[in-house]
Design a protein around this ligand. Sequence first.
Ligand code: NAD
Ligand code: TYD
Length: 374
Amino acid sequence: MKNILITGGAGFIGSHVVRLFVNKYPDYHIVNLDKLTYAGNLANLKDIEDRPNYTFVKADICDFDKIQEVFAQYHIDGVIHLAAESHVDRSIKDPFTFARTNVLGTLSLLQAAKQYWNGEWEDKRFYHISTDEVYGALELTHPQGIEPPFTTTASSSEHHLAYGKDFFYEDTKYNPHSPYSASKASSDHFVRAFHDTYGMPTIVTNCSNNYGPYQFPEKLIPLFINNIRHGKPLPVYGKGENVRDWLYVVDHARAIDLIFHKGKIAETYNIGGFNEWKNIDLIKVLIKTVDRLLGNPEGTSDHLITYVTDRAGHDLRYAIDSTKLKNELGWEPSLQFEEGIEKTVRWYLDNQAWMDNITSGEYEKYYEEMYKGR
Ligand code: NAD
Ligand code: TYD
């Protein structure tokens, strides 16, 4: 495969995937197709934008004619599909946009790939990036945490707890609760249906929460780092008891590279960090790290924690079991969480101009609106 279409490459995870592929595979032509919604930002790819093996196309994945044109123009033989509306809170306010982009946009890509490949599936691949949120929510059966029964590089970090004995496995039944996860679940079904019905060589992966550089500051980690820096309140939903499994974004990009090249057609792989954190514990780590790196005495920003009305339908716990990926393809997270968080906080503090660019203007208005009345 030589001509790879990466959708959503100007977003958070997509930009890391594009960077990795452009740097690692000089023989591939990487076509990054992105609509540049509020979440897409070409500044995320400044370092590679002039590379000869890289092309950017501004387009909407729902624009079927344009997508057909792109397949033909660039002789696409592999797709890594990340473009999506990705924020749960926005999906609660505006579910239609999520159905349109995540469901119809995915269908438009599948249909364009099917028509262009025309039954010649050899050396072709349609790889769809999905989320663990499609599985619904797990119970928090051990609120104090238990030592998990697995070992990975990441779990050798100091924080080494699971908040229940149950995990999401590849065969866990889909049970999405938010309009976001419902739209992603639907798109996953379409991808698998194109394999089962037409024989398209598809792969789906479901990953846990990512963190790292270039994440749009409406998501917990970059939002809170920025708010701590500016002495603004930290809106903790509910009691802060919800649990998420966190993975450093570059480790996700490494997994995508491995699975794109070595994963088995029609398979699903779960990708996770074996790294569960209660929101409130994670927020305390963020406060401590930002204060330390800014040279503030410990405890300076503790008072910023502000408990606000819970998110509607807020999933209690996500926890991925990625043993299949480890056993079959040898992938595991390379970074311990403490190391990943330190790198991440440093990056946001060192790249204030990137943050200021995004948080000024339209976004500021949106943010105020979002938290009004909470
Ligand atoms: P993001 O919101 O940061 O980026 C999404 C990108 O898609 C943006 O560049 C945006 O401009 C583009 N886009 C949106 N609508 C488009 C359209 N109609 N046509 C073309 N481009 C469009 O998202 P992210 O966090 O990088 O997530 C990327 C993918 O990974 C998504 O499919 C998401 O569901 C999945 N995922 C994310 C996480 C996470 O923690 N962020 C975890 C697991 C899976
Ligand atoms: P988020 O980053 O939006 O990811 P997701 O909802 O996809 O897991 O949120 C992570 C967790 O943090 C989630 O439990 C909701 C919570 N949260 C807050 O408590 N306050 C906030 O301002 C945000 C954005 C999230």
